[in-house]
Design a protein around this ligand. Structure first.
Ligand SMILES: [Zn+2]
Length: 508
């Protein structure tokens, strides 16, 4: 008996003009698939999307139809035909998980359903999140959602250190911010000690740590170390006195302030006074990008120096060459680096989504590793048995002593190498998910970090992101390390070529 299915075809007005994107081409492919796989198409849904109206009436109609008629199959050309934003994605997920619907991705191959392989689901998720336009849509929706939350007195972002995001016990749909019992005292003491005026940022951290006041964060996300930059940010954050900035406006929060206004004001006085002194004392700034570039022409290293008494310059060492590459101002590199970090940014919801996908892929990876580990254990058991048998043979004088010695040495060596491999397996397990989260966290925060960073921090960030970058004809050409390269490549930003076009990207 034929299985009842619906098909969903979508073409934007822009795509209509291009070949291979006509609704007819999609329809032909879908009918062909249906015929070969025993589906009967109960209804067609065709969406013609225009630039002005991106609401998708047919998509909504299809969802309703599938539920009402108890259809179990949806045929679609590929992922990016199916959903354009996160809301759509969730709607489809509801169908697959709660209504037992399977979505057949005819061109990509594979299907999404309750029983799909985890790897198919993961690929589907990643394709969705990386689809052109998806992240932009996501940003818009997230922003809309935020504005509504703000008008209800909610704080829609991640609460700063010392607070937690939580559900309102009286109204579980409402998100609230509450003091974090694990870090509250750290914040309070930070302000109190610093207001005394006798601590520098560094000695403040030493003092706090001496009292056992360290960062209490989930270890998967961050290390517990308290950095100067973190303390600096906390001490000027109005959030602790109950106010936060939103779209350029100060909003009075509905949560409990951790710091009294007088104490906060005192801390600001100390900070501004100290900044003046600091500038006088430390006229020397470190070079943010030292050691990170090579010359794009002669491949010698690039060195940094202060010229004309004020500006930091980077230039080729010209070692044993007549290289005449121009010097480059640090500001120029800064400017390009800020642009780069801007491109890396993806939205909070996007990050949460990819994190979920990473988690899923981790559990798959674990499965695979468990199997590999089991086979190592089996090898180990077999070798041990052989050694036992060898020993018995020797006792029974079935084999000579020299034969025994040679075999014993051989087996022992094999056993040792097995044990080394087993130990590696145990280690490999831990860092995968952590690494993925770190990548995303950085992608999310790179822009902000780059703006607020001290030269030291900027250098750290640059080293984390970049590999093998070059200075050519006065222009920095950055190469991103592999995982960031992947994110940047997906970015819809168009001016990428202007700063990276000439560089060979460097998949390390
Ligand atoms: Zn050179």
């Amino acid at each position: 008996m034929l299985k009842k299915a619906v098909m969903y075809v979508r073409v934007s007005s822009k795509e209509q003009a291009e070949q291979g994107f006509s609704p007819e081409a999609q329809r032909v492919a879908l009918y062909d698939f249906a015929r070969r796989n025993g589906f009967e198409v109960a209804k067609e849904f065709e969406e013609a999307e225009t630039a002005k109206d991106s609401r998708r009436k047919e998509f909504a109609a299809m969802l309703a139809y599938v539920k009402a008629k108890d259809i179990k199959h949806i045929l679609v050309e590929k992922t990016d035909r199916l959903h354009r934003n996160f809301t759509d994605y969730v709607a489809i997920e509801e169908l697959t998980d709660n209504f037992g619907v399977t979505v057949w991705l005819v061109k990509e191959g594979g299907s999404i359903g309750k029983d799909s392989r985890a790897s198919d689901k993961l690929m589907h998720g990643l394709k969705t999140v990386l689809a052109k336009g998806f992240i932009d849509n996501l940003k818009e929706e997230v922003k809309k959602g935020f504005d509504i939350k703000i008008s209800h007195g909610e704080y829609p972002r991640q609460a700063p250190l010392g607070y937690l995001n939580a559900k309102d016990p009286l109204n579980p749909k409402h998100n609230i911010v509450i003091p974090d019992p694990a870090n509250r005292q750290l914040i309070v003491k930070m302000f109190e000690y610093y207001a005394s005026g006798i601590y520098s940022m560094k000695s403040l951290i030493t003092k706090l740590e001496a009292e056992g006041l360290t960062l209490n964060l989930p270890p998967v996300i961050k290390s517990g170390k308290l950095y100067v930059s973190t303390v600096q940010r906390c001490l000027v954050n109005t959030f602790y006195v109950g106010r936060f900035e939103w779209n350029g406006k100060m909003i009075q929060g509905s949560y409990e302030p951790l710091i009294a206004s007088e104490l906060w004001a005192k801390v600001q006085d100390v900070i501004s006074g100290r900044n003046l002194n600091m500038r006088k004392e430390h006229n020397v700034m470190p070079f943010a990008y030292k050691g990170m570039f090579t010359c794009g022409v002669c491949a010698r290293s690039i060195t940094a120096e202060k010229a004309k008494g004020r500006y930091n310059y980077y230039h080729c060492t010209k070692y044993n060459t007549n290289c005449d590459q121009p010097w480059v101002k640090e500001e120029t590199i800064d400017e390009r680096f800020d642009k780069l970090t801007n491109i890396l940014k993806i939205s909070d919801a996007g990050v949460a989504f990819v994190t979920a996908a990473l988690k899923q892929s981790l559990s798959q990876k674990r499965e695979g590793e468990d199997k590999a580990f089991e086979s190592l254990v089996a090898d180990q058991t077999r070798l041990k048995k052989r050694i036992d048998a060898l020993y018995e043979d020797r006792l029974d004088k079935k084999i000579t002593e020299s034969f025994y010695d040679a075999k014993f040495a051989d087996y022992t060596k094999q056993l040792e190498s097995l044990e080394v491999r087993m130990a590696k397996h145990n280690r490999a397990d831990i860092s995968y998910y952590q690494f993925g989260c770190r990548i995303l966290e950085l992608a999310e925060n790179a822009e902000k970090l780059a703006k607020e960073a001290t030269p030291d921090e900027k250098r750290e960030l640059a080293q984390f992101l970049l590999s093998n970058s070059k200075l050519t004809d006065g222009e920095p050409i950055f190469s991103l390390k592999q995982p960031y390269f992947a994110i940047e490549k997906r970015s819809p930003c168009d001016d990428r070529l202007s700063w990276q076009g000439r560089g060979e990207s460097n998949p390390r």
